[in-house]
Design a protein around this ligand. Structure first.
Ligand code: ATP
Ligand code: MG
Length: 250
């Protein structure tokens, strides 16, 4: 474990070493992460599955610098997050990470286009117009760019959130149930696009999902239970993920 922690360069876009996250104290303590060591390889699509409360969101939040571990190490590339102060963490998230959550977190007073470009605007960077157009047309928002979030359907709002994460080409995108609130057709389009972003644009994606079909788009599925990784499945199919989930429930 310690040799992993001290190893300098890695091909992992993000990783955790002996990650522990405990909420509360004494009898009320909840071990959301009970010692997780994991790598999220660069240019790969990783899915995280497991029962409700198994620690999926906690793992993602701690590796993405949105929350701090109780003990252990979390890295983005070679940067150890525990050593960063709040401002450094904020800048790292802004400059290197993309996020897609089930709650879209769009700014209600900004148009779809302004929301999509917001991460770049905040970083003072100009968008790659061609990449912007490719993403916007793939998520079918070209004729909705001037609309406010309140003028968009739930699925359209989620597509704005997906575009916002992809446009800056972050080192890694963290997605927590990104298709959970979408109709199945829109969900499939977004998953296909995430897959293409990995295969054709070198993107790295980590996605929490409860949906075996969504997980089948990943290169590897990690299964979490009680704050620990209990299994993984390379090259998953919907049926094999379903079978594996049944085993865990038994
Ligand atoms: N802020 C918090 N305070 C106390 N306990 C928390 C907090 N956040 C999470 N937990 C607990 O940590 C455990 C893991 O929660 P987490 O949100 O990571 O689960 P999850 O696998 O994402 O579940 P779900 O599939 O329902 O989203 C749960 O038992 C949860 O109740
Ligand atoms: Mg969760």
């Amino acid at each position: 474990m310690t040799d992993l922690a001290s190893a300098p360069a890695t091909s992992a876009a993000a990783r955790a070493v002996d990650a522990v996250k405990t909420y509360g104290e004494g009898d009320a303590a909840v071990h959301a992460l009970a010692g997780v060591t994991v790598e999220f390889p660069t240019n790969r699509f990783t899915a995280i599955m497991g029962p409700s409360g198994s620690g999926k969101s906690t793992l993602m939040q701690c590796v993405a610098g949105l929350d701090r571990l109780s003990s252990g190490l979390a890295y983005i590339g070679d940067t150890e997050l525990g050593g960063l102060n709040k401002t450094q963490l904020t800048l790292l998230r802004r400059d290197r990470l993309g996020f897609i959550f089930q709650q879209y977190n769009l700014i209600p007073t900004l148009t779809a286009q302004e929301n999509i470009l917001l991460p770049l605007t905040l970083a003072g960077e100009d968008p790659d117009r061609q990449w912007f157009d490719t993403i916007v047309s793939t998520v079918r928002l070209t004729d909705r760019l001037g609309n406010l979030p309140s003028q968009l359907s739930g699925g359209q709002q989620q597509r704005v959130a997906v575009a916002r994460a992809l446009v800056p080409r972050p080192d890694i995108i963290f997605a927590d149930e990104p298709t959970g609130a979408l109709d199945s057709q829109t969900g499939i389009e977004i998953l296909s696009f995430m897959r293409r972003a990995v295969d054709e644009a070198g993107q790295t994606i980590v996605m929490v999902t409860h949906d075996p079909h969504a997980a089948s788009y990943a290169d590897n599925v990690l299964f979490l239970a009680d704050g620990q990784i209990i299994d993984s499945m390379p090259d998953p199919t919907t049926d094999r993920v379903l079978d594996r989930m049944k085993q865990f429930e038994a």
